[in-house]
Design a protein around this ligand. Sequence first.
Ligand code: FNR
Length: 373
Amino acid sequence: PPLNRILSLPDMENVAGQILSHKALAYYASASDDEMTNSENARAFTRFFFRARVMRPVAQCDPSTTILGFKSSIPIFVSGAALAKLGHPDGELNITRAARKEGIIQMVSSNASFSAADIIGSADHSQTLFFQLYKHRDDDIAEKRVREMENLGYKAIFLTVDAIVAGNRERDIRSPWVLEEQETGPQYFEAGTSDELKDDVNIFGTAGALVANDDRDMTWEKTIPWLRRITRLPIVIKGIQCVEDAVLAAEAKVDGILLSNHGGRQLEYSLPPLEVLHSLRQQRPEVFSKLEVYIDGGVRRGTDVVKAVCLGAKAVGLGRPFLYAQSAYGEPGVSKIIQILRREIVTAMRLVGASTIQDLRPEMVQRVDWHPH
Ligand code: FNR
């Protein structure tokens, strides 16, 4: 269908489901085991309702904010997701260009199809990009990578900690295919591991192959000080899944945490990030003043974004929707879903009685225990 018939992110996902190759869909859509966490990530939003305030002036409504001090036109960002070329030859560059046009920030995956240099090379010099790090188990290799990203101009490191081994993604593992060289990042092939990588994909699925060299012995005591020593960039921990670890992250003095279960692709029955955010707000509200808190997983509507921001999220990440949009329509598709989210966010803000992001308060959201379905 023409792009102007796409009214929502679910519409976009439907189109992507029709045009994506079997292997791309298997990789993008899959989640662990019975995919319960993946579906509950989204369903969690249906348990939170608004307590809208009326008779407030909302003719002017400004949804803009900052993330780690960098401007963002709405409180969303691109969560780094691997292998965008599986869906479209321009891959991640579609997202970079649309992110510039729409004024949002892209987090670039360690396993992007294009190199981190090519991606930032296609960006505007004033554009903010963050880098998602899968830490190599060899500290020296990891250090080199981090320094390279800082030199390239990436503005923050999102250290992923929830994927030390790959989750059991059966849709992906069942799909009988190998990665083609043109679909993966150059790092594998430059390192001379292409044959190994292809073998690993056959045995472990794409996910297993992509995290094969990652550090499985990271700790708060060792890894965070190491990262602090080698970079001046802000550090965000991606993949915090409970209140206790959010508190430890604050004690480790990182700059932010992304409450995330990797889109349900890692630990099956990991709690939905929105529930973790709600628990953090109730149990340890002081954490929100020590670092920035973000969530991702299952965000598909402007109301989802506004609920999370009410509960204290500085911004909200989306993974699959950007992959689907760029696969289906390239750069204009990515612009389209950002515009849809902007319109939905502004509508929800006005109807809930908020004219700025600061007006969104925890009291405007109520968790219900009746099941809405
Ligand atoms: C991911 N995600 C991810 N995370 C990460 O830290 N590094 C990565 O390389 C990837 N790769 C990746 C590939 C694909 C196909 C998906 C769907 C996801 C996880 C991603 O950053 C994010 O946490 C989730 O996608 C958020 O959930 P939603 O928005 O997809 O529901």
